[in-house]
Write a protein that binds this ligand. Structure first.
Ligand SMILES: *Cc1c(COP(=O)(O)O)cnc(C)c1O
Length: 364
């Protein structure tokens, strides 16, 4: 079986830089909250044109701490999408708030802004869009609605590092942009990691405390916090990968356009809305023949993955909220039709051609 993404291949292209950077950390003997983490925060902050960036232990923690720092808690509601990875909802549930789902657009699979206002109540405390697969959500509309109702926006940018809308980067639209550096993300470390980008100094100070046991140092604890720091070794790796992120995203876009050229008349290919800059964390097609396509690919040694087979409202863990099958028909249809194909910057054109040929043959 070929790989969905070949992390080793990428590693070999930057091996010397990575080893040197990691070695600096090893030699420094400073492994948590040191210079590399601060340097990475500065790089990510500047890249997004934000005032603050804060490294944390994972993308999930970035979302959780953003929701916490906004003072959201028991009895509150947060509007989000059911078509995402479970962590998006977990962040809301950790603080005791309720994820209130709004269905998605059929083409991008992102939160459908036309359905948001109907779900806003007195209990709504934030809107949490996800830039799924690397395509920016419709932030023009989402921010407009949020401002009208005086609600903060928290962006789940776990799949969208470097994506933008009208030249503005995802993660820079709302109260906080939340990033994941899980290895398979388009900016991935060699372990877990995450970051927040924000423009509010008070909120940033709170999050810096929360990630460090409620402490600014000196064993003084001002509040209940967490152990959620980005370690120096991950920061050293990500610092190097940050130098290449625009090139990696450009290459993903090239691979995506080749896939689309070869597949556009056979399946529904990912779209790129006007003004959007898609970074293709996943290249995800949709077809009613999805299972047949996946089987044909498997028989040819080509992997593919269904992100995501079960929308969040139908997950067992969500039962207490009382959602039902049929509540979010677009998400449910997407869950039956989506298939993500191999995608990474070093993917070869011949592999894309072969994958496309297998799909076309299977659909006859
Ligand atoms: C990966 C992911 C997360 C969680 O990030 P971790 O770093 O794995 O905790 C959250 N939301 C989405 C959409 C993701 O893809």
């Amino acid at each position: 079986m070929k790989p969905m993404l070949d992390l080793k291949k990428q590693y070999l292209t930057i091996k010397d830089e990575i080893i040197e950077s990691v070695n600096e950390v090893l030699e420094s003997a400073h492994y948590v909250l040191g210079k590399k983490g601060a340097a990475l925060e500065e790089k990510v902050r500047a890249y997004h044109g934000m005032q603050e960036a804060i490294g944390v232990a994972s993308g999930t923690d970035a979302l959780h701490l953003a929701v916490r720092a906004l003072g959201i808690g028991r009895g509150d509601e947060v509007i989000t999408t059911p078509f995402t990875f479970f962590a998006t909802a977990e962040a809301i549930m950790y603080v005791g708030a309720t994820p209130v789902f709004v269905d998605v657009e059929p083409d991008t699979c992102n939160l459908d802004p036309n359905q948001i206002e109907a779900k806003i109540t007195k209990k709504t405390k934030a809107i949490l869009p996800v830039h799924i697969f690397g395509h920016p959500a419709d932030m023009d509309e989402i921010v407009r609605i949020a401002e009208k109702h005086e609600l903060p926006v928290v962006e789940d940018c776990a799949q969208s590092f470097g994506a933008s809308l009208h030249g503005k980067k995802t993660g820079s639209f709302g109260a906080a942009g939340c990033f994941s550096f899980y290895p398979s993300k388009n900016l991935g470390g060699y372990g877990d990691g995450g970051m927040l980008a924000l423009n509010n100094a008070d909120m940033a100070a709170d999050i810096r405390k929360l990630r460090n046991h409620g402490s600014r140092g000196g064993y003084r604890h001002e509040c209940l916090g967490y152990n959620s720091r980005l370690d120096e070794i991950q920061a050293a790796i990500l610092f190097i990968k940050m130098k290449h992120i625009d090139e990696y995203n450009r290459k993903r876009r090239e691979k995506a356009s080749l896939y689309t050229k070869l597949l556009a008349d056979a399946v529904a290919c990912p779209v790129e809305k006007p003004g959007a800059f898609h970074v293709y964390n996943q290249y995800t097609i949709q077809s009613p023949q999805r299972d047949r396509i996946q089987q044909a690919l498997k028989e040819s040694g080509i992997p593919s993955v269904v992100y995501y087979p079960i929308p969040l409202h139908m997950q067992e863990a969500m039962q207490p909220y009382g959602y039902r099958e049929g509540d979010f028909p677009v998400s449910e249809r997407a869950a039956r039709a989506v298939l993500s194909l191999p995608m990474y910057p070093e993917l070869e054109s011949v592999d894309i051609e072969e994958t496309a040929a297998v799909i076309r043959r299977c659909l006859g």
